[in-house]
Design a protein around this ligand. Structure first.
Ligand SMILES: Nc1nc2c(ncn2[C@@H]2O[C@H](COP(=O)(O)OP(=O)(O)OP(=O)(O)O)[C@@H](O)[C@H]2O)c(=O)[nH]1
Ligand SMILES: [Mg+2]
Length: 370
């Protein structure tokens, strides 16, 4: 048998060429689809057909043999069936390509642009781009703006599972604020105390371990006086333990700590040894100013890692237009946020941060800005 391979664009073209080359008695032995990459990044693959055809020198004789007409008819039917199949496949593929060429670039571009406009860390943007693309391929016909937003929110929500957001729960008696110098720890404690006293009718007491500057003690004492609340200044772990026990009957005990250079390990050690009490349930907020660089915030976080941080508390939101660090810190370290502060006024410049508020910020929804 003489066998020959034909690579053609359509079955019709194939049949024509087979007939020309091998004569009318040729038989199709096998057909196979192949792809030839063309265009930008080989995106538009052109489908071709590879047809193996052969002709048997004896066939002519057989074909004219009145004993075997059914074989020929069968052969013809096979060809027709194959032809239909191939036609169907080509149409399907062409429709696919049509959708991709028409809509993929704009939709994908728009999705990625939106992600880049959000306050999200680059690693998460990359991760989400892959996720959204995979979803897009699966559900492209449903793509609408609101759908993409839904997908993004769903994805971010899944990333926040198990993280704790929101303000003081009042399940823990001790509320401890730690963080570098000048970020607003003492001012924020005053805001939190005002909320506890005025809104939640709690009895509050204050402890400060900031014994380095008289002014710092006076600053907290002033607030304590406003709330008619007691205050203890603690120089050592023993002082601290005693003060906590003394205030055991108060609803909330706010602990202000000294802003020091916590890049020095001895300062961290001192802080954690003074404020270590095991028997009182404590909620610890790491206070970070949004005016700081995100790299510095990360370094600070690493220094404080051993201090059982429960949530972040971001301050000075009013002094920056970029809230990029908020998303970066939360997603990177997998810690939620308790509050954000946006000004120097006590008590009003304080906003509790629920998971929804946080998502509003990273998704840049208007309601996010207080
Ligand atoms: N713009 C702005 N200023 C703030 C905010 N919170 C605090 N401040 C100001 O930041 C400065 C430092 O605040 P403090 O509360 O003394 O900061 P701290 O962390 O206790 O400082 P140290 O005790 O020295 O470590 C003060 O001038 C505050 O008024 C805020 O949300 N926005
Ligand atoms: Mg202070």
């Amino acid at each position: 048998m003489k066998v020959k391979k034909f690579t053609v664009n359509t079955m019709a073209e194939g049949l024509e060429r087979i007939r020309k080359d091998l004569g009318p008695d040729a038989m199709i032995l096998q057909t196979k689809k192949t792809k030839k990459a063309t265009g930008f990044l080989g995106l538009f693959k052109k489908e071709q057909l590879e047809i193996m055809a052969g002709v048997d020198p004896d066939v002519k004789q057989q074909a004219s043999d009145p004993q075997t007409p059914s074989g020929e008819i069968e052969n013809m039917q096979q060809i027709i069936t194959q032809l239909k199949e191939v036609k169907g496949l080509i149409k399907e593929k062409r429709d696919d390509l049509h959708i991709q060429a028409e809509t993929m670039p704009t939709d994908v571009k728009r999705m990625i642009e939106r992600l880049h406009n959000m306050e999200l860390p680059p690693f998460l943007i990359n991760e989400m781009t892959d996720h959204l693309l995979a979803r897009w391929y699966k559900e492209s016909e449903q793509l609408r703006d609101s759908k993409v937003t839904e997908w993004i929110e769903e994805y971010l929500n899944s990333k926040l599972t198990g993280l704790s957001f929101g303000g003081i729960t009042y399940n823990n008696q001790l509320i401890k604020l730690i963080g570098p110098t000048g970020v607003g720890k003492t001012t924020t404690i005053a805001k939190l105390a005002a909320e506890a006293v005025l809104k939640h009718k709690k009895q509050v007491a204050f402890i400060t371990t900031d014994t380095y500057r008289i002014a710092a003690i006076e600053q907290l004492r002033t607030y304590a006086n406003i709330f008619h609340a007691p205050i203890e200044v603690c120089y050592s772990a023993e002082d601290y333990q005693q003060a906590v026990e003394k205030f055991a009957h108060y609803d909330v005990i706010f602990i202000d700590t000294a802003g020091r250079n916590y890049r020095l390990e001895e300062n961290i050690k001192e802080l954690s040894s003074v404020t270590k009490t095991t028997d009182f349930p404590t909620e610890t907020f790491l206070v970070l100013s949004l005016t700081a660089k995100v790299e510095d915030m990360k370094e600070i976080y690493e220094q404080f890692i051993g201090m059982d941080i429960d949530r972040f508390l971001f301050t000075k939101m009013d002094e920056t237009s970029s809230l990029h660090a908020v998303g970066e810190m939360v997603f990177h370290y997998q810690k939620g946020i308790a509050y954000m502060t946006n000004g120097q006024e006590v008590p009003e410049d304080l906003q509790e941060m629920t998971k929804e508020n946080f998502l509003d910020i990273v998704l840049k929804k208007d309601s996010a800005h207080v």
